[in-house]
Design a protein. Structure first.
Length: 595
């Protein structure tokens, strides 16, 4: 049974307090704002021990990141912090600026959510690695460069001698995250705080990073505070779990206890909102998709034949982003387009909308060759297409109230008058389960889930026959995602639009799609009915994707991880691990040279 954070379980002998590498005791954080005081963290207590992964889970705004930032003394000046934060034997609240600087990296390190933001874009990878080594007096000059190369080799980056001369934008997302981890371990910290370290990564890259972190804590005995809202990651990594809700710790226990036998209503609601790969449609109240609604007698709403898309670069041969792609989407059908970043998913979606041209091949919309139409005809055809973008905050005009945002397509296509447009907006707000009172509010006044509902409403304004949805739920918390997906299936059942659903979340695709198309490096490697592709994949790449997708049950996830490692071994590949060769060079792990 999971318990309150301060209540030991029966028969559980607690280690001594001095065994803790990171602890928060009665931590209370308030922010002074122009609208009054915001109580972000409400007297919580947590502890992380050597070689342990403590997962701090909860939705956006629960106080997870604020809690972690107190350990590094990184909160803004308007924060008032009470309680005790201890890193090793140091009390963070008693350290001056110089003491905090010495502690960061040496005793506690941070792996941030977005590696591209965490790394300096104008400095080479080598410069950013050697900076930490030199600031903490571990190595200088050529010795620091040698250690930087060794660090990159340890975290599994190929050709480290070449990579240290490159800039962050020249590396993939997974490689950038490995660099951030290399910087974090460069000074051999006692504890690492990993704040959503895999949110922006594909499932296969995510699995590699989790293998690396697991290897890190096992081989270096490093404590890890893992901050995430992904329950699959929690099941894969965590020894213990603490659930945070509105600044409070509402439940804590082992990963097995919290994920399999949750006690608090919020934890139960959170877990009930997680889509499970393999359970298919109908989860958490969503409508069960039906093949009977698909019209295969008429021309497909979207049909691509031998599509090729190229990007031209000055002085270089064109880059082929999409290569000989052929598939179709019929009226009433949802087709899931899946694959890793860079596989060409979003490029295909943009081409279907007419935003980028095709180098060759054809795109037929409702039986018409889109590329052969004139400007007037293509505008009329676009009226029959809706689009939902990945980031609702970026896709909504911040200067327009919600009513104008939703009615804008009606204005552009000169549909109806002011009164009828307002009535249409009210109907759409009802359809996406938003109160009509948001009509005069602005996007920044809504939550992320509410903004995405507005995006869905805008996409449906002209009652499109084809909807292109590009990662529409990836930026949402799990409970918000669940409600948006349930709403999406209900709307699809009502309006019966065709949908090209672009996603790298296989559990979401399993819940929504009739058919699945799998992309790799711009080419289709497998396509077919949802059950055939996701339950009995034939291609090696699809098998890799499915094996890397985590599930929110520790025992099942452990079995899946072992099967994935066996699968990689059968393909002649090794598991990502921290490569430490003490015979060769303990390198950055030897801290005897510290002052």
């Amino acid at each position: 049974m999971s318990t309150a954070i301060n209540a030991p379980r029966p028969g559980d002998a607690r280690p001594a307090d001095d065994d803790r590498v990171l602890s928060f005791t009665d931590l209370d954080v308030r922010f002074a704002t122009e609208f009054g005081s915001v109580h972000a963290v409400k007297g919580i207590s947590l502890a992380v021990r050597p070689g342990e992964v403590l997962a701090l889970v909860g939705e956006s705004g629960s106080g997870k990141s604020v809690t972690s930032m107190t350990a590094l003394g990184l909160l803004p000046k308007n924060a008032r912090v009470n309680g005790t934060i201890t890193v090793g034997d140091k009390s963070v609240g008693k350290l001056d600026t110089r003491g905090l600087r010495r502690m960061r990296g040496n005793d506690v390190a941070m792996v941030f959510q977005e590696p591209m933001t965490a790394l300096n874009p104008v400095l080479t990878i080598g410069t950013q690695l050697t900076e930490a080594l030199e600031l903490h007096g571990i190595a200088y000059g050529a010795e620091a460069v040698r250690r930087a190369v060794e660090l990159l080799r340890m975290v599994g980056i190929p050709e480290p001698e070449r990579r240290i001369k490159q800039y962050p934008h020249e590396l993939s997302g997974g490689q950038r995250q490995r660099v951030v981890i290399a910087i974090a371990i460069s000074c051999d910290p006692k504890v690492i705080i990993a704040d959503e370290p895999t949110t922006a990564l594909d499932v296969t890259v995510q699995a590699d990073i989790l293998d690396l972190l697991r290897s890190l804590k096992d081989k270096l005995d490093t404590g890890i505070l893992l901050i995430t809202h992904n329950m699959g990651v929690v099941a894969d990594m965590a020894d213990r779990v603490a659930v945070m809700f509105k600044g409070d710790i509402v439940e804590t226990g082992s990963a097995d206890e919290v994920l399999n036998r949750p006690q608090h209503p919020y934890t139960k609601r959170l877990l009930d909102s997680v889509p499970h790969l393999g359970q298919g449609p109908g989860q958490f109240g969503s409508a069960d998709i039906s093949h009977e609604r698909i019209d295969r007698t008429a021309a497909p709403a979207l049909e691509m034949k031998n599509l090729v898309i190229e990007y031209h670069r000055a002085g270089k041969p064109p880059f082929r982003a999409v290569d000989d792609v052929t598939f179709s989407v019929h009226q009433g059908e949802i087709v899931g387009l899946v694959g890793e970043s860079g596989s060409g998913k979003s490029t295909i979606g943009r081409c279907a909308l007419g935003l980028i041209p095709a180098a060759s091949g054809t795109i037929n919309l409702f039986g018409q060759d889109f590329g052969a139409l004139g400007r007037k005809e293509s505008k009329a055809l676009r009226r029959r297409i809706g689009v939902i973008f990945q980031d609702p905050a970026a896709s909504l005009n911040p200067r327009l109230p919600i009513g104008d945002v939703i009615s804008e397509p009606l204005v552009v296509h000169k549909v109806g008058d002011k009164k009828s447009r307002q009535q249409k907006v009210y109907e759409l707000l009802d359809a996406v389960q938003l109160p009509r009172s948001v009509y005069n509010r602005y996007p920044h006044e809504l939550s992320g889930g509410q903004r995405q509902r507005v995006s869905v409403a805008r996409a449906l304004t002209l009652e499109p026959e084809l909807l292109v949805a590009d990662e529409p739920t990836s930026a949402l918390d799990v409970s918000v995602q669940a409600s948006v997906l349930a709403m999406f299936t209900e709307l699809q059942e009502r309006y019966r639009f065709a949908c090209l659903f672009v996603s790298h979340d296989l559990a979401v695709v399993d819940l929504l799609a009739h058919r699945v198309v799998v992309l790799q490096n711009g080419k289709i490697v497998e396509q077919g009915e949802r059950t055939a592709v996701l339950q009995n994949p034939q291609e090696e790449y699809t098998q890799r994707l499915l094996a890397a997708a985590p599930v929110p049950e520790p025992g099942e996830q452990r079995r899946r991880r072992e099967e994935r490692h066996a699968l990689l071994a059968s393909f002649g590949e090794s598991v990502t691990e921290l490569q430490i060769d003490p015979e060769r060079d303990p390198g950055p792990l030897d801290v005897s040279t510290r002052e």
